[in-house]
Design a binder for this molecule. Structure first.
Ligand SMILES: NC(=O)c1ccc[n+]([C@@H]2O[C@H](COP(=O)([O-])OP(=O)(O)OC[C@H]3O[C@@H](n4cnc5c(N)ncnc54)[C@H](O)[C@@H]3O)[C@@H](O)[C@H]2O)c1
Length: 306
């Protein structure tokens, strides 16, 4: 946990899944936080500027002198949406990112952390993905995140900004009821007594990382003033079929599976080499089954939804 008293941090996308968890951790550490998001933060006590970051005026308003860091999470986050709307994806994931960086430079904000993705690397089969592989993204989502990374690299080199691009794996954890990724789909299916569609044979490997491990990595990258890309995951890949088994175990539901043809741009394997993050002090703390058990109450109705 950084010494956060007296620090002020802008979190774009701070009302989202990862953002809410990060904002809580920053506030618990004593930081002042301002959120910029299309939607209000659920905690009314959190300072929040509601607006579209594609609007230059919104960006001007939120990047203020005196900030110690910008954590930029707001993005078009869906691969499929990026394929159907590449231009809109570019406007938010590249144009807005470029302008936020420029405002950060002008207003002397010393650190910038970008939520990137291992999708920047593209398909390398089951070769472990490290920061050293060249970016070869397969979709507008991956390409726009890679472009954001390039901009951060330039701002780090040219202006001495601490600019970290954290390449998140598939993130899961409490607070993902609004998401349409595979873990919430499994949970919704279990709660409704239904099944799920699986692209291909379900043997594709993925790295699922708990949202609190992502928060840990963001705080660490900021604290150590990391600059450049950083692969952040659990470091253990499992097959989609294994994930379904874990969901069955946690929910007690049968979750039948229908296999459908794989979508374009889907990677057959994602195996992450997290040694660089580990060398900085990152250590994933959650295993998949206990982590998934923490997601289920949001969907099962066992607990009040927050
Ligand atoms: N969740 C994952 O598995 C995962 C994996 C890799 C990378 N990431 C990256 O992490 C970041 C956060 O992801 P998340 O899962 O919390 O997503 P999320 O969709 O839950 O949160 C994104 C937030 O950004 C806000 N937002 C979107 N467009 C905006 C705009 N034009 N102006 C202002 N706010 C806007 C949304 O309202 C939302 O609150 C994203 O950049 C995403 O690409 C996530």
């Amino acid at each position: 946990m950084p010494e956060l008293d007296g620090t002020r941090v802008l979190v774009t996308g701070g009302s989202g899944f990862i953002g809410r968890r990060l904002v809580s951790a920053l506030l618990a550490g004593g930081a002042e936080v301002v959120v910029a998001d299309l939607v209000e933060h659920p905690d009314k006590a959190v300072e929040c500027v509601v607006g579209d970051l594609c609007d230059p005026q919104v960006r001007q308003k939120v990047v203020t002198p005196g900030l110690d860091a910008v954590v930029h999470l707001a993005a078009v986050t869906s691969v499929l949406k990026s394929v159907s709307d590449p231009a809109g994806t570019y406007r938010l994931n590249v144009e807005a990112t470029a302008d936020l960086l420029e405002l950060a430079r002008e207003r002397e904000v010393p650190a910038f952390v970008l939520a990137s993705t291992n999708a920047v690397t593209g398909d390398v089969g089951s070769t472990p993905i490290s920061e050293d592989l060249p970016p070869r993204p397969l979709t507008p989502y991956g390409a726009t995140k890679a472009a954001g990374e390039m901009l951060l690299s330039a701002y780090a080199q040219s202006y001495g900004m601490h600019a970290a691009s954290l390449r998140f794996a598939n993130v899961y954890g409490p607070g993902m009821r609004h998401k349409d990724s595979f873990v919430p789909r499994l949970m919704r299916a279990a709660a409704a007594g239904k099944g799920v569609q699986v692209y291909g044979d379900g043997m594709q490997l993925r790295d699922y990382v708990h949202v609190d491990d992502i928060v840990q990595a963001v705080m660490l990258a900021w604290r150590v003033r990391h600059t450049g890309p950083l692969v952040v995951g659990s470091g253990r890949s499992v097959s989609v079929n294994d994930l379904i088994d874990a969901a069955r175990q946690v929910t007690g539901a049968p979750i039948p599976v229908e296999h459908v043809p794989a979508k374009q741009g889907e990677m057959p394997a994602v195996v992450l080499d997290i040694s660089r993050a580990r060398a900085l002090g990152y250590e994933p703390r959650h295993d998949l089954t206990t982590g998934m058990a923490g997601v289920w109450p949001d969907f099962s109705g066992d607990e009040e939804h927050t």
